[in-house]
Design a protein around this ligand. Structure first.
Ligand code: FAD
Length: 512
């Protein structure tokens, strides 16, 4: 039996039958099976937009053989006596707990929020009543920040291919569509993610993992330089190993950890607003038409260094999605974007952010705790400006021209928008860079300047970073690991989950 990889150009609305027919014709073979291994949209030429589909064909009529082993993550099992407490059930915490449980540790996963079913209700109630729930919101609760996300499974992190394969396999086993294995831009959407979360939770519990919802870490007891137990709002728990995967929104947890001697430093991050356009504008600009059969909604990725100083770029683009109030604490206005699997909502949104080095921005050396205070204040100022969860906003052209913003901007944002001079609400250097970036983007996408800007977008990555000795181990400790986005070494679902897995594999090696 021979095997061969080929790449075929296919129309956007091709069927499996069309693909099979084309393979047979191109290879001049009759009896074969095939598997899609890659699928990406080629929209460079608007009059010939097509999929590039990479297939692996298996047939007796093929002479070639594909060499090389399909490597998989190897998680060694043995009965172990150590118990591990993992704090935070986002992608990093969940995958760390899951891998450690498979390896034979006794794991307990603590999550300050509730299971996803209850969390959904709290988020819906918040949007109906404006009463914020500090435990269950867009940042906290089962699945972490990843739950109400766009569910894009792309990552620019390097050296995570085994971990990525494991994550994708776990998601597919939990009900994710198989296409996430081969799409160049895999996407789940928040609706699919919620079902997947319930199923992976069941799987983790089936193999002996313990999930403690509504359990918030409030203190860590350190004995002879190592964590011996954790204090929570529902009691004290002893631990042999502590894994912290609390994300980059958990400001009070960061402050507890600083007091306990974990060392942090500031890191570069990004600040800005979210841009929003009717999806047709983006479809027309990218495809030359409003609809393209077989493709959900057009995307963009933009970057500019128009002011010659700071990189401005689009981030976390959500075609056919909504802008959501993503704050983890009351009286803050932070926005982010999400979508459902079908990506068929009316608007497209994406962050528009400028890179920030806080020491340069404030022209002094800033400590990690000052960086947290500074960001928290900025996030609160966006609430104070409207004195409500209505988000400050203006049109892109008003931002560019510093012109009094108009009212009644149409938006997907659930609390509505209040016209405000966003350019005056951001630090001046950030505002100036974003203005030049937006001018540049408006030259690239037709009608771009007619879109909205909504603030504040401050959560594209952590503002601080813990000092780690090796794969996740916190400097100065032998049994405290900090993983995922909150550690400052990862960002996004796949990269945070992969960091969780790498940390877990390091613990396995350490206790071998
Ligand atoms: C609206 C939105 C859309 C997004 N869309 C995408 C996307 O499409 N693709 C993508 O790759 N990324 C996306 N992201 C980013 C992604 O969700 C995060 O990068 C990822 O979730 C980080 O994973 P994590 O496990 O490190 O932390 P988190 O997901 O932040 O999880 C941390 C968990 O710790 C819990 N916790 C915090 N403190 C405590 C404590 N003291 N005690 C107990 N529990 C605690 C929290 O409740 C939370 O559940 C999005 C984020 C948001 C907010």
């Amino acid at each position: 039996m021979g095997q061969k990889n080929i790449t075929l150009k296919m129309p956007t609305d091709f069927t499996e039958g069309d693909l099979k027919h084309k393979i047979g014709k191109k290879q001049r073979i009759k009896n074969f099976t095939f598997q899609i291994e890659g699928k990406s949209l080629d929209a460079r030429n608007k009059s010939n937009i097509h999929w590039l589909v990479r297939v692996l064909i298996t047939s007796e009529e093929i002479k070639e053989k594909i060499s090389g082993k399909d490597l998989e993550l190897n998680i060694p099992y043995k009965k172990r006596k150590e118990n591990v407490i993992i704090v935070g059930s986002g992608p990093a915490g969940f995958f760390a707990a899951y891998v450690l449980q498979i390896a034979g540790f006794k794991t307990s996963l603590l999550e300050r929020g509730s299971e996803v079913e209850k969390r959904i209700k709290s988020v819906n109630d918040f949007e109906k009543t404006s009463v914020f729930n500090p435990e269950n919101n867009y940042a906290f609760g089962e699945g972490g920040a990843g739950t109400f996300s766009d569910g894009k499974l792309t990552s620019r992190s390097k050296h995570i291919s085994l971990e990525r394969k494991f994550i994708i396999k776990t998601y597919i086993e939990a009900g994710a569509p198989k296409e996430i294995k081969y799409l160049a831009q895999p996407h789940l959407g928040s609706d699919k993610l919620k079902t997947i979360l319930k199923n992976i939770r069941l799987k983790y519990c089936e193999i002996g993992g313990v999930l403690n919802f509504e359990t918030q870490l409030t203190d860590v007891k350190i004995k002879e330089g190592n964590a011996s137990s954790v204090e929570t709002n529902s009691g004290v728990m002893d631990t042999s190993i502590l894994v912290l995967a609390t994300g980059h929104s958990a400001y009070e947890t960061y402050r507890i950890l600083m007091q306990k001697g974990l060392r942090f430093r500031t890191k570069n991050f990004a600040l800005g607003c979210r841009m929003e356009h009717p999806q047709q504008i983006i479809n027309l600009a990218q495809w030359g038409k409003e609809k393209l059969p077989g493709v959900k909604a057009a995307e963009y990725r933009l970057s500019s260094k128009a002011d010659g100083k700071q990189q401005v770029y689009s981030f976390c683009m959500c075609p056919g999605g909504t802008i959501v109030p993503a704050a983890a604490y009351p009286n803050s206005n932070i926005v982010n974007g999400m979508s459902l699997y079908n990506r068929d909502a009316k608007f497209a949104n994406a962050a528009c952010v400028a890179g920030v080095n806080l020491n340069e921005l404030l022209e002094r050396e800033v400590s990690a705790s000052e960086a947290l205070d500074w960001l928290e204040k900025l996030e609160q100022s966006f609430y104070e400006q409207t004195n409500s969860y209505q988000a400050p906003s203006c049109s892109i052209s008003d931002f560019i021209n510093k012109k009094n913003p108009k009212s009644n901007l149409e938006s997907s944002y659930p609390f509505g928008l209040t016209p405000e001079p966003l350019w005056d609400m951001l630090p001046v250097k950030v505002s100036n860079s974003i203005r030049e970036g937006l001018k540049d983007f408006s030259r690239k996408i037709k009608n771009f300047e007619s879109g909205n800007l909504v603030g504040l977008e401050s959560k594209s990555s952590a503002v601080i970073q813990v000092l780690r000795a090796r794969s996740g181990l916190c400097e100065g400790f032998e049994n405290i690991y900090m993983l995922g986005e909150g550690s400052g070494y990862a960002g996004g679902i796949i990269s945070s989950a992969a960091d969780g897995i790498k940390g877990a594999m390091n613990i396995i090696a350490q206790f071998e």
